[in-house]
Design a protein around this ligand. Structure first.
Ligand code: ASP
Ligand code: MG
Length: 416
């Protein structure tokens, strides 16, 4: 007997028919003698719909009120799933985040989980109940409902699994695992049986939409074995088969020995690039540029500062495209005159393409192979950044798909 956490995404919870299928699948695991906690998302489209209602009334709704609204989608799903389980003879109980005390900070719409009080859940499990907990939401110190950022149910599930010291966290979703790249861009992309936690973290932060990045951080911090698998299979397939399907995020690098140097190609279409020109080259300048940007809660990704010429330098960085206008405003209004910069220019039509793989640590020539491939396609590289296990380039968004396809082929990632 093991304690296992299941997470079901919006598509899996998308209709009452699908919820009944989820109930059958969960019951199958419970029948096999496991203790099961389920963390579902809202029914697909629901979070967008209710946030849309708020935006019909105000362009900039108060984040506290937005969380009050956005969190309700998950509350509907947990109740429906409990009813579906009860309808097939299972004891099940649903809880909102605050009821099992998923405590977060007060950063509305992007709160972080601080602690989970697992005692109540344990008692229910020991009493033979299946426990269903809302994804995406928590409660802050003052009792306000918070949400964890879009896609946050993944993080809720892994955090709950970690708090309960579950054996495994199973993320059921509408894809059957993690692929070498998005199969919608490269049709012969291959499903990975395992991916290391570090690679998954890079892929999630580089634009792979399979898991919310914070969920991967949690999995890493608590070494929680997490598996991404399909919720679209027959709910009654043999448990053994299901338990070994999908992609396991592992912590063993040696399981990767047999694999290629590169594990995947990640991309993020929605980037924007900003350059502050003619910046005086003196201590504190990077801070004076990026401090106000950070204060405006804008995430900065790639950063380049050029060698200075005659005491002046250019400073370029990227931000998510959705924050481009806000970042430009901050720079024009609170930075430019203050630091005596020449001018500020930007391009909101750039994309980032990255090659990822722990094998990079022990192989040379990955960067040159990447750059050769892009040059053969006539693609200009605007910025480059690297870590131990990834190389990213910023390119014109027009060439993004071409770049992904060419690199996928060049590194031999296609399925056999
Ligand atoms: N329902 C939330 C969203 O749509 C959380 C989630 O699905 O993970 O972002
Ligand atoms: Mg999701």
């Amino acid at each position: 007997m093991a304690l296992i956490v299941h997470k079901y995404g919006g598509t899996s919870m998308g209709s009452t028919e699908r919820i009944k299928n989820v109930a059958k699948r969960v019951a199958k695991w419970h029948d096999a003698g496991h203790q099961i906690v389920v963390v579902p998302s809202a029914m697909s489209g629901e979070t967008n719909r209710i946030i849309g209602l708020a935006k019909e009334i105000s362009a900039q709704p108060d984040p506290r009120e937005l969380d009050m609204i956005a969190s309700t989608g998950e509350q509907v799903s947990v109740g429906l799933l409990a009813i579906a389980l009860q309808a097939i003879g299972k004891q099940a109980v649903s809880y909102a985040g605050w009821q099992v005390a998923i405590k977060t900070d007060s950063a509305h719409t992007k709160a972080r989980i601080a602690s989970i009080d697992e005692a109540k859940v344990k008692a229910d499990l020991d009493a033979g109940k299946i426990v269903i907990i809302t994804g995406f939401q928590g409660v802050d110190e003052l009792g306000n409902i918070t949400t964890l950022g879009r896609g946050g149910s993944d993080t809720s599930a892994v955090a709950v699994a970690a708090a309960l010291k579950a054996q495994e966290c199973l993320i059921y979703t509408d894809v059957d695992g993690v692929y070498t790249t998005d199969p919608r861009v490269v049709s012969d992309a291959r499903r990975l049986n395992t991916v290391t936690f570090e690679e998954m973290l890079e892929m999630a932060s580089l634009g792979s939409k399979v898991l919310q990045i914070r969920s991967v951080e949690f999995a890493g911090n608590y070494r929680m074995p997490t598996r991404v698998l399909s919720s679209l299979t027959d709910p009654l397939i043999p448990l053994e088969e299901e338990a070994n399907s999908g992609t396991l995020i592992s912590f063993e690098e040696d399981t990767h020995m047999e694999q290629a140097t590169i594990t995947g190609i990640a991309f993020n279409r929605d980037e924007a690039k900003i350059t502050v020109l003619g910046v005086p080259d003196r201590p504190g300048i990077a801070y004076q540029i990026l401090g106000p940007v950070a204060d405006a809660n804008i995430e900065v990704d790639m950063i380049i500062q050029n060698q200075s010429v005659e005491g002046k330098t250019d400073f370029t960085f990227t931000v998510p495209r959705g924050e481009y206008t806000k970042a430009m405003d901050v720079l024009e209004n609170s930075v430019k005159a203050h630091i005596g910069a020449g001018s500020i220019v930007g391009d909101s039509k750039v994309s980032k393409v990255s090659v990822v793989g722990v094998g990079m640590r022990s192989h040379v020539g990955i960067a040159s192979q990447m750059f050769r491939t892009l040059s053969e396609e006539g693609i200009n590289i605007q910025m480059i950044s690297t870590s131990e296990i990834k190389i990213s380039v910023l390119i014109d968004e027009k060439y993004m798909e071409l770049a992904v396809r060419a690199l996928h082929k060049a590194f031999g990632l296609e399925s056999a």
